[in-house]
Design a binder for this molecule. Structure first.
Ligand code: SF4
Length: 220
């Protein structure tokens, strides 16, 4: 199935979805957002990567920042922090540049590598978008972590690709139904920017909108 442009969801939502389906739904379906240090610092780092929105050539390497990407197959759209184009005879032609180039996505993250594979999934989703846009195969990318200032190599395996496709489909199913999954408290809740809205301590499903409405009524 191919999605129409007006139905695209945010590609960056993949990392929220992998972290917790409920958190994703609260942000992307119910549009609730609690700023905390993690999100603010992460956004600042992204802003820096996206703001520059430039092309830079360094020998046999072309660096493109802030490239807008989308995939009708996944129904996702977003922006790449950085896409490196490596001069390669099996690469693709780029308008205004001689030679052929192999695209390699690079995503910047605050902090250290995570316990789950949310960052790898997001990067792989970017690669699937780029493959469709440039009609080429992309086998690898890199995640750059601010805390240890290191690049970690990511191979886009069939397994990772299948997980991305499954998640994108689940995201669209939930979005279409407007359904926010119930609270499932876990150790990830300690690092969740929406903990105060989600109130996992009650250990029962409370729709955020209902919770907010109840509190607004109590204050009236
Ligand atoms: S507090 Fe826990 S259950 Fe609630 S959205 Fe965050 S991670 Fe998910």
């Amino acid at each position: 199935m191919m999605y129409a442009e007006e139905d695209y969801l945010m590609l960056s939502g993949i990392q929220h979805f992998a972290f917790c389906r409920r958190q994703w739904a609260m942000i992307h379906i119910e549009q609730q957002w609690a700023e905390n240090y993690r999100t603010t610092a992460g956004e600042l780092m992204h802003k820096k990567a996206h703001e520059e929105n430039s092309f830079e050539k360094r020998g046999s390497l072309l660096i493109v920042r802030g490239l807008r990407i989308s995939s009708p197959e996944l129904g996702l759209s977003g922006q790449c922090d950085v896409v490196e184009f490596h001069e390669d005879e099996k690469g693709v032609e780029l308008f205004g540049y001689d030679s052929t180039w192999k695209p390699v996505p690079v995503e910047y993250k605050r902090g250290m590598p995570k316990e789950n594979n949310a960052d790898e999934l997001q990067l792989c989703a970017q690669a699937i978008c780029l493959e469709g846009m440039f009609q080429t195969d992309i086998t690898e990318g890199y995640l750059y972590y601010g805390e240890n200032r290191r690049r970690s190599h990511v191979e886009f395996t069939d397994g990772l690709r299948a997980e991305v496709r499954k998640m994108a489909k689940e995201m669209h199913d939930l979005f279409r139904r407007g359904y926010t999954p119930n609270v499932k408290p876990g150790k990830q809740c300690k690092a969740c920017s929406l903990e105060s809205l989600c109130i996992p301590k009650l250990q029962k499903a409370v729709k955020v909108r209902e919770y907010m409405e109840r509190h607004i009524k109590m204050e009236d």
